[in-house]
Design a protein around this ligand. Sequence first.
Ligand SMILES: C[S@@+](CC[C@H](N)C(=O)[O-])C[C@H]1O[C@@H](n2cnc3c(N)ncnc32)[C@H](O)[C@@H]1O
Length: 259
Amino acid sequence: MTDSDDPAAHYKDSSKLAVRGGFHARYSNVGWFGWVDARLNIAPGAGVLDVGCGPGWFWAACRHLPADMTLTLLDQSAHMVEQATERLKHLNIASSVVADAGKLPFPDQSFDVVVAMHMLYHLPNPAVALREMHRVLIPGGRCIVTTNNPRDLPQIAALSRHAFGSAIDDMVQERFGTPVALDLMRQHFTEISQQTCEDIYQVDDPEPVIDMLLTMPPGDKADTQGQARLRQAVGDMMTEHDGCTPMTRVQDMIAGIRT
Ligand SMILES: C[S@@+](CC[C@H](N)C(=O)[O-])C[C@H]1O[C@@H](n2cnc3c(N)ncnc32)[C@H](O)[C@@H]1O
Protein backbone atom coordinates (compact mmCIF):
# COMPACT_ATOMS: atom_id res chain seq x y z
CA MET A 1 0.00 0.00 0.00
CA THR A 2 1.29 3.48 -0.85
CA ASP A 3 0.62 6.89 0.65
CA SER A 4 -1.72 7.39 -2.31
CA ASP A 5 -4.21 4.77 -1.24
CA ASP A 6 -3.50 4.85 2.50
CA PRO A 7 -5.17 7.78 4.27
CA ALA A 8 -3.45 6.81 7.54
CA ALA A 9 -0.06 7.61 5.96
CA HIS A 10 -1.35 10.65 4.08
CA TYR A 11 -2.88 12.17 7.23
CA LYS A 12 -0.14 11.12 9.67
CA ASP A 13 0.20 14.84 10.28
CA SER A 14 -1.61 17.90 8.88
CA SER A 15 1.18 19.18 6.58
CA LYS A 16 -0.33 17.91 3.29
CA LEU A 17 -3.81 19.00 4.29
CA ALA A 18 -2.37 22.44 5.12
CA VAL A 19 -1.03 22.85 1.55
CA ARG A 20 -4.51 22.18 0.14
CA GLY A 21 -6.05 24.43 2.80
CA GLY A 22 -3.64 27.20 1.80
CA PHE A 23 -4.78 26.99 -1.84
CA HIS A 24 -8.45 27.21 -0.85
CA ALA A 25 -7.87 29.98 1.69
CA ARG A 26 -6.02 32.04 -0.92
CA TYR A 27 -8.67 31.84 -3.63
CA SER A 28 -11.98 31.25 -1.83
CA ASN A 29 -14.50 34.08 -1.87
CA VAL A 30 -17.18 32.26 0.10
CA GLY A 31 -15.20 30.70 2.97
CA TRP A 32 -16.30 27.06 3.25
CA PHE A 33 -16.05 26.68 7.04
CA GLY A 34 -18.10 29.84 7.66
CA TRP A 35 -20.64 28.67 5.08
CA VAL A 36 -21.12 25.35 6.90
CA ASP A 37 -21.11 27.03 10.33
CA ALA A 38 -23.97 29.31 9.25
CA ARG A 39 -26.05 26.23 8.30
CA LEU A 40 -25.30 23.77 11.11
CA ASN A 41 -27.97 24.99 13.54
CA ILE A 42 -26.76 23.01 16.52
CA ALA A 43 -29.28 23.12 19.38
CA PRO A 44 -28.23 24.34 22.84
CA GLY A 45 -26.88 21.51 24.97
CA ALA A 46 -26.38 19.16 22.01
CA GLY A 47 -23.78 16.39 22.12
CA VAL A 48 -21.88 16.43 18.83
CA LEU A 49 -19.49 13.82 17.40
CA ASP A 50 -17.05 14.85 14.64
CA VAL A 51 -15.84 11.78 12.72
CA GLY A 52 -12.53 12.48 10.94
CA CYS A 53 -12.08 15.81 12.72
CA GLY A 54 -8.64 16.50 11.22
CA PRO A 55 -6.69 19.28 12.99
CA GLY A 56 -9.92 20.95 14.20
CA TRP A 57 -9.81 23.88 11.77
CA PHE A 58 -13.54 23.75 11.14
CA TRP A 59 -14.64 24.10 14.79
CA ALA A 60 -12.01 26.77 15.39
CA ALA A 61 -13.59 28.84 12.59
CA CYS A 62 -17.19 28.48 13.88
CA ARG A 63 -18.96 31.56 15.21
CA HIS A 64 -22.48 30.16 15.70
CA LEU A 65 -22.03 27.33 18.20
CA PRO A 66 -24.13 27.21 21.36
CA ALA A 67 -21.81 27.71 24.35
CA ASP A 68 -23.14 24.62 26.14
CA MET A 69 -22.76 22.06 23.35
CA THR A 70 -20.27 19.26 23.94
CA LEU A 71 -17.95 18.04 21.22
CA THR A 72 -16.38 14.61 20.80
CA LEU A 73 -13.42 14.53 18.43
CA LEU A 74 -12.51 11.37 16.54
CA ASP A 75 -9.89 10.68 13.90
CA GLN A 76 -7.78 7.69 12.93
CA SER A 77 -4.69 9.89 13.13
CA ALA A 78 -3.36 10.43 16.67
CA HIS A 79 -1.59 13.57 15.50
CA MET A 80 -4.84 15.07 14.15
CA VAL A 81 -6.69 14.29 17.38
CA GLU A 82 -3.88 15.85 19.42
CA GLN A 83 -3.85 19.01 17.29
CA ALA A 84 -7.64 19.37 17.30
CA THR A 85 -7.84 18.91 21.08
CA GLU A 86 -5.16 21.55 21.63
CA ARG A 87 -6.72 23.97 19.12
CA LEU A 88 -10.26 23.62 20.54
CA LYS A 89 -9.49 24.05 24.23
CA HIS A 90 -12.03 26.89 24.35
CA LEU A 91 -14.89 24.46 23.55
CA ASN A 92 -16.46 21.79 25.81
CA ILE A 93 -14.57 18.74 24.58
CA ALA A 94 -16.31 15.66 25.96
CA SER A 95 -13.59 13.31 24.70
CA SER A 96 -10.89 12.97 22.05
CA VAL A 97 -10.59 9.55 20.49
CA VAL A 98 -8.24 7.85 18.02
CA ALA A 99 -10.43 5.34 16.18
CA ASP A 100 -11.70 4.18 12.80
CA ALA A 101 -14.92 5.63 11.42
CA GLY A 102 -15.98 2.09 10.54
CA LYS A 103 -15.96 1.03 14.21
CA LEU A 104 -17.04 3.89 16.46
CA PRO A 105 -16.15 3.16 20.10
CA PHE A 106 -19.37 4.55 21.57
CA PRO A 107 -22.57 2.94 22.85
CA ASP A 108 -25.77 3.08 20.78
CA GLN A 109 -27.64 6.40 20.84
CA SER A 110 -24.83 8.50 22.36
CA PHE A 111 -25.08 11.72 20.29
CA ASP A 112 -27.58 14.32 19.11
CA VAL A 113 -25.54 15.26 16.03
CA VAL A 114 -22.82 13.39 14.11
CA VAL A 115 -20.79 15.13 11.41
CA ALA A 116 -18.28 13.70 8.93
CA MET A 117 -16.77 16.40 6.74
CA HIS A 118 -14.83 15.56 3.60
CA MET A 119 -13.72 12.22 4.94
CA LEU A 120 -16.12 9.39 4.02
CA TYR A 121 -14.57 9.02 0.55
CA HIS A 122 -11.40 7.81 2.27
CA LEU A 123 -13.16 4.67 3.41
CA PRO A 124 -13.26 1.65 1.06
CA ASN A 125 -16.90 1.24 2.10
CA PRO A 126 -18.48 4.48 3.38
CA ALA A 127 -21.79 2.65 4.07
CA VAL A 128 -20.13 0.90 7.03
CA ALA A 129 -19.33 4.26 8.64
CA LEU A 130 -22.82 5.59 7.90
CA ARG A 131 -24.29 2.55 9.68
CA GLU A 132 -22.08 3.30 12.66
CA MET A 133 -23.07 6.98 12.62
CA HIS A 134 -26.72 5.89 12.56
CA ARG A 135 -26.14 3.55 15.50
CA VAL A 136 -24.53 6.16 17.77
CA LEU A 137 -27.20 8.82 17.03
CA ILE A 138 -30.31 9.16 19.18
CA PRO A 139 -33.64 8.71 17.36
CA GLY A 140 -34.36 12.10 15.79
CA GLY A 141 -30.64 12.90 15.82
CA ARG A 142 -29.01 14.54 12.80
CA CYS A 143 -26.26 13.17 10.56
CA ILE A 144 -24.36 15.78 8.51
CA VAL A 145 -21.82 14.90 5.85
CA THR A 146 -19.92 17.06 3.38
CA THR A 147 -18.25 16.11 0.13
CA ASN A 148 -17.17 17.33 -3.28
CA ASN A 149 -19.73 17.80 -6.04
CA PRO A 150 -18.92 16.17 -9.44
CA ARG A 151 -18.56 19.75 -10.82
CA ASP A 152 -15.83 20.55 -8.26
CA LEU A 153 -12.51 21.89 -9.64
CA PRO A 154 -12.48 20.00 -12.98
CA GLN A 155 -9.24 21.74 -14.00
CA ILE A 156 -7.37 20.22 -11.04
CA ALA A 157 -8.51 16.70 -11.93
CA ALA A 158 -7.65 17.27 -15.61
CA LEU A 159 -4.13 18.46 -14.72
CA SER A 160 -3.63 15.38 -12.53
CA ARG A 161 -4.81 13.02 -15.27
CA HIS A 162 -2.59 14.76 -17.82
CA ALA A 163 0.55 14.73 -15.67
CA PHE A 164 0.15 11.49 -13.71
CA GLY A 165 -2.41 9.41 -15.63
CA SER A 166 -5.12 9.53 -12.94
CA ALA A 167 -6.88 11.86 -10.52
CA ILE A 168 -7.86 11.26 -6.89
CA ASP A 169 -11.17 12.96 -7.64
CA ASP A 170 -12.25 9.94 -9.68
CA MET A 171 -11.99 7.76 -6.56
CA VAL A 172 -13.63 10.46 -4.41
CA GLN A 173 -16.60 10.69 -6.77
CA GLU A 174 -16.95 6.93 -7.13
CA ARG A 175 -16.95 6.31 -3.38
CA PHE A 176 -18.73 9.32 -1.96
CA GLY A 177 -19.26 12.10 -4.51
CA THR A 178 -22.58 13.91 -4.10
CA PRO A 179 -24.84 11.50 -6.08
CA VAL A 180 -23.43 8.46 -4.26
CA ALA A 181 -23.55 10.28 -0.91
CA LEU A 182 -27.21 11.17 -1.44
CA ASP A 183 -28.03 7.59 -2.31
CA LEU A 184 -26.22 6.18 0.74
CA MET A 185 -27.67 8.81 3.07
CA ARG A 186 -31.20 7.92 1.86
CA GLN A 187 -30.52 4.28 2.74
CA HIS A 188 -29.69 5.17 6.35
CA PHE A 189 -31.57 8.37 7.19
CA THR A 190 -34.81 10.22 6.42
CA GLU A 191 -35.62 13.85 5.58
CA ILE A 192 -32.49 14.18 3.45
CA SER A 193 -31.49 17.72 2.54
CA GLN A 194 -28.72 18.93 0.24
CA GLN A 195 -27.17 22.40 0.25
CA THR A 196 -24.59 23.36 -2.37
CA CYS A 197 -21.76 25.84 -1.86
CA GLU A 198 -20.48 27.30 -5.15
CA ASP A 199 -17.45 29.52 -5.53
CA ILE A 200 -15.29 30.68 -8.42
CA TYR A 201 -11.58 30.88 -7.77
CA GLN A 202 -9.54 33.29 -9.90
CA VAL A 203 -6.23 31.43 -9.86
CA ASP A 204 -3.43 33.82 -10.80
CA ASP A 205 -0.36 31.92 -9.61
CA PRO A 206 0.81 28.50 -10.89
CA GLU A 207 2.78 27.64 -7.74
CA PRO A 208 -0.08 26.89 -5.30
CA VAL A 209 -1.67 24.69 -7.99
CA ILE A 210 1.55 22.76 -8.46
CA ASP A 211 2.15 22.50 -4.69
CA MET A 212 -1.35 21.17 -4.13
CA LEU A 213 -1.13 18.56 -6.89
CA LEU A 214 2.25 17.38 -5.62
CA THR A 215 0.97 16.84 -2.09
CA MET A 216 -2.13 14.83 -2.96
CA PRO A 217 -2.31 11.41 -4.55
CA PRO A 218 -1.11 10.41 -7.08
CA GLY A 219 1.13 13.50 -7.47
CA ASP A 220 2.72 12.93 -4.05
CA LYS A 221 4.52 9.94 -5.61
CA ALA A 222 5.32 11.57 -8.96
CA ASP A 223 8.77 11.09 -10.48
CA THR A 224 10.71 14.01 -11.98
CA GLN A 225 9.13 13.46 -15.41
CA GLY A 226 5.63 13.58 -13.94
CA GLN A 227 6.53 16.74 -12.04
CA ALA A 228 7.86 18.32 -15.23
CA ARG A 229 4.67 17.38 -17.14
CA LEU A 230 2.64 19.00 -14.37
CA ARG A 231 4.68 22.24 -14.46
CA GLN A 232 4.31 22.43 -18.23
CA ALA A 233 0.55 21.75 -18.11
CA VAL A 234 -0.09 24.33 -15.38
CA GLY A 235 2.01 26.88 -17.30
CA ASP A 236 0.04 26.18 -20.50
CA MET A 237 -3.24 26.55 -18.63
CA MET A 238 -2.20 29.91 -17.19
CA THR A 239 -1.03 31.16 -20.61
CA GLU A 240 -4.30 30.05 -22.20
CA HIS A 241 -6.20 32.15 -19.63
CA ASP A 242 -3.91 35.21 -19.82
CA GLY A 243 -2.45 34.48 -16.39
CA CYS A 244 -5.69 34.07 -14.46
CA THR A 245 -7.63 30.78 -14.63
CA PRO A 246 -11.20 30.67 -13.30
CA MET A 247 -11.92 27.44 -11.40
CA THR A 248 -15.32 26.41 -10.07
CA ARG A 249 -15.36 25.06 -6.53
CA VAL A 250 -18.55 23.11 -5.69
CA GLN A 251 -19.08 21.36 -2.36
CA ASP A 252 -22.18 19.85 -0.79
CA MET A 253 -23.52 19.52 2.71
CA ILE A 254 -26.02 16.66 3.05
CA ALA A 255 -28.05 16.10 6.21
CA GLY A 256 -30.48 13.42 7.35
CA ILE A 257 -32.45 12.42 10.41
CA ARG A 258 -32.12 9.13 12.27
CA THR A 259 -35.49 7.42 12.72
C1 LIG B 1 -9.70 15.79 4.33
S1 LIG B 1 -9.46 15.57 6.05
C2 LIG B 1 -10.90 16.43 6.68
C3 LIG B 1 -10.71 16.97 8.06
C4 LIG B 1 -11.92 17.73 8.62
N1 LIG B 1 -13.09 16.89 8.72
C5 LIG B 1 -12.22 18.94 7.76
O1 LIG B 1 -13.22 18.93 7.03
O2 LIG B 1 -11.44 19.91 7.83
C6 LIG B 1 -9.87 13.87 6.30
C7 LIG B 1 -9.66 13.39 7.73
O3 LIG B 1 -10.29 12.11 7.86
C8 LIG B 1 -9.43 11.27 8.62
N2 LIG B 1 -9.74 9.87 8.27
C9 LIG B 1 -9.53 9.25 7.09
N3 LIG B 1 -9.95 7.98 7.14
C10 LIG B 1 -10.46 7.79 8.40
C11 LIG B 1 -11.07 6.69 9.06
N4 LIG B 1 -11.23 5.51 8.46
N5 LIG B 1 -11.48 6.84 10.34
C12 LIG B 1 -11.31 8.04 10.98
N6 LIG B 1 -10.75 9.12 10.40
C13 LIG B 1 -10.33 9.00 9.12
C14 LIG B 1 -8.04 11.69 8.23
O4 LIG B 1 -7.08 11.28 9.21
C15 LIG B 1 -8.20 13.21 8.12
O5 LIG B 1 -7.94 13.84 9.35
